[in-house]
Design a protein. Structure first.
Length: 117
């Protein structure tokens, strides 16, 4: 199984650039070709959960935000391009994915099983 560095953030969640090391960890262009692929994705997500948890603790995201759902929303557009359509992923794509995830989280979509609070 791949080993990943611990996710880090800079103390303020503002977008992709605010926690670039964690974002890069999630969207690493190296997609393993093996039957263990799902475990690699699960581990990548798991290693970045603390970034969201700390943002909730600082009051930057609503209480009750599900870190896993937020991270999955962040990476979904990127993994879709990499794995399904084969499109190039650039900074604009990554920025849009970050804005989507942050806007959704701030609207409460990741708290209470997807119901805005």
């Amino acid at each position: 199984m791949e080993q990943f560095p611990t996710a880090q953030d800079v103390g303020v969640i503002r977008g992709r650039g605010a926690h670039r090391p964690s974002f890069d960890l999630l969207v690493d262009r190296h997609i393993p070709e093996s039957r263990h692929q799902e475990h690699v994705f699960r581990d990548r997500i798991r290693h970045t959960l603390p970034v969201v948890t700390r943002a909730v603790a600082r009051g930057e995201l609503p209480e009750g935000t599900d870190p896993a759902e937020m991270i999955k929303t962040l990476v979904a557009p990127i993994y879709f391009r990499v794995l399904i359509t084969g499109e190039r992923v650039d900074d604009e794509t990554a920025d849009a994915a970050a804005r989507l995830a942050l806007t959704s989280a701030r609207a409460g979509l990741f708290a209470g099983h997807g119901r805005p609070q």
